[in-house]
Design a protein around this ligand. Structure first.
Ligand SMILES: Cc1cc2ncn([C@H]3O[C@H](COP(=O)(O)O)[C@@H](O)[C@H]3O)c2cc1C
Ligand SMILES: O=C(O)c1cccnc1
Length: 337
């Protein structure tokens, strides 16, 4: 399994990315051409089946072991009122996940996915990014490794999710530092911040960008300075998934913000990632455009926790059911074009 002992290990992991299995893709493509339907008539479901074939290395990919891994962290900047909710809600929601009462519990169950919850040092919020780096090098490496440890070869799909009151603020900062623009381009309501409170959130994001922008000289430094523990853990999970050839189903704005600094330094990092949905958080659509990803769903969700990805897992199941279960023209005695 991949480990990050130094910041250079992130550079190395990004420099040497495995490609999908071309043989499995060709075999899956060949099967798609023989199934009893006009070529291409299942649209993106066909693309999804080929995507999973390539990363799983199977002609007939499956979704027997899909895992939602929710990472939770607290943020120093949350003490400044950037969220509509108090920071104590992070730990309270972790308890709710463990008791089975959150949206993601219901949605993961409905989608037939396992759920893993990783709370990271909730009693120690990160540094306030408007003034200081979010994490030390050691803290950021620990978070990356916790994320990496949640993915192993043989998983069929990983769905990284997050919980962290205030984390739409670092997410916006990561996007701006990675792809340009300022807080007005990337910051939105999150849990429901509006009016003067949203304006104040934007001022803090721009202050964080002024403070750290010049020092964001690598993916690691960007995550360390402007991110958070749960965001770095999602980045670690996404990198580890690539090296274990486990496909990733992406959730909303915050989950995708973990990819932003990785993609700035290595655009091909998104190749094993499928965008589950586009969230109602306005920065998400812009971020997906920068990442070059088209969402499967647009349901107006704005929750996080991996919830949108879990809903999109139903679309993945449909794609795999058609790919695996349909008869060929020869089997069914149906005439070809
Ligand atoms: C009860 C509750 C459950 C949640 N589940 C996810 N989030 C989401 O909202 C937070 C981000 O928004 P902001 O930056 O405005 O705080 C994150 O914790 C995210 O996971 C929740 C938020 C709340 C209040
Ligand atoms: O899109 C998301 O991930 C999101 C949006 C609002 C609040 N929490 C998460």
């Amino acid at each position: 399994m991949i480990r990050f002992d130094t910041p250079g290990d992130v550079v190395a992991a990004l420099a040497d990315l495995p490609a999908p299995d071309a043989r499995a893709i060709a075999a899956a493509q060949d099967r798609q051409a023989q199934l009893t339907k006009p070529a291409g008539s299942l649209g993106r479901l066909e693309e999804v089946a080929l995507f999973l074939a390539g990363w799983q290395g199977r002609d007939r990919p499956r979704l027997d072991r899909g895992r939602v891994a929710i990472f939770a962290g607290n943020h120093g900047i949350a003490a400044r009122g950037v969220s509509a909710f108090p920071p104590a809600v992070t730990a309270q929601m972790v308890a709710n996940f463990e008791a089975g009462g959150a949206a993601i519990n219901a949605l993961a169950r409905a989608a037939g996915l396992e759920l893993r919850i990783v709370a990271i040092d909730l009693d120690r919020p990160t540094g306030d990014i408007a003034e200081a780096p979010a994490m030390s090098e050691a803290e950021c490496l620990d978070a990356l490794n916790l994320g990496a440890a949640s993915v192993e070869a043989g998983l069929d799909l990983i769905l990284p999710g997050e919980m962290g009151i205030g984390n739409s603020t670092p997410a916006a900062a990561l996007c701006a530092a990675s792809f340009g623009g300022d807080a007005s381009d990337w910051a939105g309501p999150g849990t429901g911040v509006a009016g003067a409170a949203l304006a104040a959130k934007r001022v803090l994001i721009d202050r964080a960008l002024d403070q750290h922008g010049g020092d964001c000289v690598s993916a690691f430094e960007t995550l360390r300075r402007l991110g958070g523990r749960e965001i770095a853990a999602m980045a670690g999970a996404m990198l580890a998934a690539r090296h274990a050839r486990v496909p990733v189903l992406l959730d909303g704005f915050i989950a995708c913000s973990a990819l932003a600094p990785l993609a700035r330094w290595q655009p091909r990092i998104v190749d094993h990632c499928l965008a589950g949905h586009v969230s109602a958080e306005p920065g998400h659509q812009r971020l997906l455009r920068h990442l070059g990803l088209a969402p499967l769903l647009a349901l107006g969700l704005r929750l996080g926790e991996g919830s949108g990805a879990a809903v999109a897992a139903g679309i993945v199941r449909a794609a795999l059911a058609a790919h695996d279960g349909m008869a060929t023209f020869a089997e069914a005695g149906v005439s070809g074009a």
